[in-house]
Structure formats: C-alpha cells, structure tokens
Write a protein that binds this ligand. Structure first.
Ligand SMILES: C[S@@+](CC[C@H](N)C(=O)[O-])C[C@H]1O[C@@H](n2cnc3c(N)ncnc32)[C@H](O)[C@@H]1O
Length: 459
C-alpha cells in the first residue's frame, strides 16, 4: 500500500473508532507510526480525532450487499448523521447498495431530489463525488448540515437549489450514476407553497413533469451507466393507482432500459388494529411495497424473446387452514409454495368459486386466475364474457434476459389493459419468499418475487 493511501486509511479507521491496536495489526505498523500520521494531519498528536459531531459509527454493522430483488431492512439505518427526521427520506441502506453496486470510487453521482442529503452522506462515506439539488432551500441547508461531520474525503460535493426538470447546468453524458427518490405525486408535500415542488401535483400533472426529469436524466448520464429511482403506488377509493408503473414508463419512454426491478418492502404499515380490520372489512390491501428501479442507458435490446432462464409455475394446493390471510400487498411464502399462498389467499379474500382460465374457463366463476402466457389477446377476448364484478388475478413476473436486462411482464400487462373498458385494476400484489437470502456473486440480482395483478370486471 502506498504512503498516501495508508495515511488516509489510518485516519479514516481512527475516525471510525478503531483502537490503535486494531489499526496497528491491520496495517502492520506500530503506535509511533500511527501517531506520526495523526500529527501530520492534525498538527497535534491527539489520541482522539473525533472532535466534531459525536457520531455513533460511520458504517452499518455487518453490512452485506443485497443480492436478491426483494429488499427489506429491519431498521432504517442510523449510522453517521442518518436519521428519520426528514419526512419521506429514504433508508440509507438503499443509496449505499446502489452506489456500491453501480459506481466506482471517485465517480460522479447525482441526486436531483436530494432532500435531507441521505445519498450525499453515503457518497461522502464511500468516496464518490456528488451533486445534489432540491427545489427547497431548507432541504439543501439540512443536507449541508448532515454532511457536516468529520471524515477524510478527497472528493467534491456540490449542493444547490435547482429544479430536477432542468439540469442545464450539467453537460450531456457527464454523470456516472443517478440515485434519486422523487415525491410520490402529492402523497407527502415537501414545501408549503413552492410552485415548482412536484409534490403539489396530482397524478396526471406529476407524470407530465416527471417525464421531463426522465429526459434530463437520460441526457446527463454517461452511456451504459445506471439511474436508480424509488417510487411507490397510491390508493384511491380502495383501488390501487399504479403510480410506480406509470413513472417507470416515463423513464422507458425517455430511452432507458430496465436493469433491475427491485421490490422494497415497507414496514411502517399497520398489520394489526384499525387498518388490519378495515382491510378485511372493505377488502383492500395495505400498500407495503415500493419499486426501486435501476435503469440503464444502453443500446442493448430488451425484447422478451431472449429470456435467460424460463421457470415453470408448479401447481399444488396446501391445506387452506394453514394459510395466513394476508392484509398487505406483500404476500410471503416460507418455502417454494408461493403458488399455494396466492391461490388460497385469493380464494379466501374473493371467492372459492374460481377457475384457472389457461386450462378451464368457467364464465360463471367469481374469481378467474390467469397464469400469464404470451396469449394476452386471447385472454382479453375470453374475459369479456366473464361475470360482471368477478375478480381477475394475473400471475406474472420479471424475466431476466440473456443480456442481463429485465423484461417486466407486469408493466407490459398493466399498459395493455389500462384502457380496457371491462377491467379495472384493484391491487398489485408481490409474492416472495421469506428468509431467502441466496448469496449471489453475479452482476445480476437474483429475481425472487412475482406479481399478482388483481382486476375487477366492471362491465
Ligand atoms: C422523497 S423526497 C427525497 C428525500 C431524500 N431521498 C432524503 O433521503 O432525504 C423528495 C424531494 O424532492 C424535492 N422536490 C420536489 N420537487 C422538486 C423539483 N422540481 N426539483 C428538485 N427537487 C424537488 C422535495 O423538496 C423533496 O425534498
């Protein structure tokens, strides 16, 4: 290790709270050498160089990169200056994973919805150069404050008030990674009355404006690089409003391809009490997931005839008594019996009078299950004669393509059925496996979720 790097590492370890003994053993150097390095940097020989904010620690304990497509963090993460004070801020585990997986040290990372600076802090800790903008000057002040801790960082951080729809201060193809978390239309308002704040817009206007952000993202990102955004759905009159899919579509229209569709589980929704009871009484599911989409700016094609590994659904039925009635949008299986969980939950929630349309179509069924295949036009034709008010559940998935991109069936299906006069979308359910922490050294995440798109026949 060269001298400069050794000095930098020793100082960082010191700030991180490692003892002199641990540092000595790590780099095979004696105490004298450690003191020399500190004195050179600080001008005095001090044993403790954490003189600024009292930080708990500068990295999460026992961190390992996520390797599956369903991410769930037990705690939101409170290392460095991270805390949950800024409403709607994201867990630092998210940018940490994205930054580590999709960028290198000294790369330039952009967060155009910077908020309280969670991404900024992670860039500082991980030695990435950073540009953060937000429409709210108070958020930028907060981000600056959160960045104000001692850590040896040789890179640059630029924070400013600006509009994510207009990145004209950035050159074409100048950014290595975009990692950002937009408002979810007007679910949470981030300012009182700032007219440029996208969190004051209704769904239609929000989508028109996020399209401009997507186009700017595509322009400023370097070729073959990645843009990750976190976005969730909304609910209106007991039905889901698929804001997530619609936002993703704007990024695809701007020219991006999907590298990963990650499901971020949310743990703040109530699975007991008032909401639990209402979910059963009024028959709707509590939103418990968001989409963390990693887009790539690439010319690789995302045609779905180039699928890497085709998986078959195995159909078997568990004893319905063993099945827990799910009340949120994430349905968990313990083993590979997710299909049982799906069928039994659908049957319990909607009707036991069901059919699987791929094999037998019973027009008088109250619940029609479609295992998505390539014959969607045939399905649309058949479904017209199903009973009014029946429930139609479509089981589908994200498929890994040979070139590493993802073809997302649910996106395709939702788009295809969006203006269908017979079907109205009611729920988007994620099926996944509990405790499936499959370690995976591949460049691609291991896809361990599927979807149920639940529609109601309205005519
Ligand atoms: C979900 S929050 C981001 C939170 C951030 N990830 C964090 O951890 O603190 C969305 C942010 O977008 C900002 N915002 C809204 N409209 C904007 C616009 N037109 N340009 C830039 N930022 C905007 C809001 O002020 C808010 O801080």
């Amino acid at each position: 290790m060269n001298r400069v790097l050794l000095e930098k590492n020793v100082l960082n370890d010191k700030i991180n709270g490692l003892s002199d003994k641990e540092i000595g053993e790590k780099y095979s150097i004696n105490l004298k050498k450690i003191e020399q390095i500190i004195t050179k940097e600080k001008g005095v020989n001090v044993s403790n160089i954490n003189t600024s904010k009292k930080l708990r620690k500068l990295a999460p304990k026992d961190f390992s990169l996520e390797s599956n497509t369903v991410w769930s963090f037990k705690s939101r993460g409170n290392w460095a200056t991270h805390n949950g004070n800024y409403r709607g801020n994201w867990s630092p585990y998210i940018p940490r994973n994205i930054i580590l997986r999709y960028s290198q040290e000294n790369d330039l990372v952009l967060d155009y919805f910077c908020g309280s600076g969670t991404t900024a802090v992670e860039c500082k800790l991980l030695n990435r150069n950073f540009i953060g903008i937000d429409i709210n000057e108070k958020a930028i002040e907060l981000a600056k404050d959160n960045l104000n801790f001692e850590y040896l960082f040789g890179g640059s951080v630029e924070l400013k008030v600006a509009d994510a729809r207009n990145l004209s201060f950035l050159k074409d193809c100048s950014i290595d990674l975009i990692c950002s978390h937009p408002p979810y239309s007007n679910i949470i308002n981030y300012t009182y009355d700032n007219e440029l704040d996208l969190s004051h817009l209704d769904t239609e206007n929000f989508l028109n404006e996020i399209k401009k952000v997507a186009e700017e993202s595509f322009r400023v990102l370097k070729d073959e690089k990645y843009c990750a955004i976190l976005i969730g759905d909304m609910r209106k009159n007991k039905n889901v409003v698929p804001l997530g899919f619609w936002t993703i579509e704007k990024y695809l229209q701007a020219g991006f391809k999907i590298k990963e569709m990650i499901i971020k589980r949310q743990h703040n929704c109530k699975t007991t009490g008032f909401w639990y009871n209402n979910s059963i009484k009024y028959n709707f599911l509590l939103l418990a997931h968001e989409y963390l989409v990693v887009f790539q700016k690439t010319n690789k094609n995302d045609y779905f005839d180039e699928i890497a590994d085709e998986q078959d659904f195995t159909i078997s039925f568990a004893d319905a008594d063993d099945i827990y009635l799910e009340t949120t949008t994430v349905w968990i299986a313990n083993t590979l019996d997710y299909f049982d969980i799906a069928i039994n939950n659908l049957a319990q929630r909607y009707s036991v009078n069901f059919c699987i349309i791929n094999s037998v179509f019973n027009k008088s069924a109250d619940l029609i299950i479609y295992l998505f295949d390539s014959k969607i036009d045939e399905f649309i034709y058949k479904i017209q004669s199903a009973k009014r008010n029946s429930i139609v559940a479509i089981l589908c998935e994200d498929k890994r393509l040979i070139n590493g991109l993802v073809h997302s069936e649910p996106l395709f299906i939702e788009k295809k059925l969006r203006d269908n006069e017979f079907l109205k979308i009611k729920e988007i359910v994620i099926l996944t496996l509990e405790n499936n922490n499959q370690i995976n050294s591949s460049e691609n995440l291991n896809i361990n979720h599927k979807y149920l798109l639940i529609y109601q026949k309205v005519k």
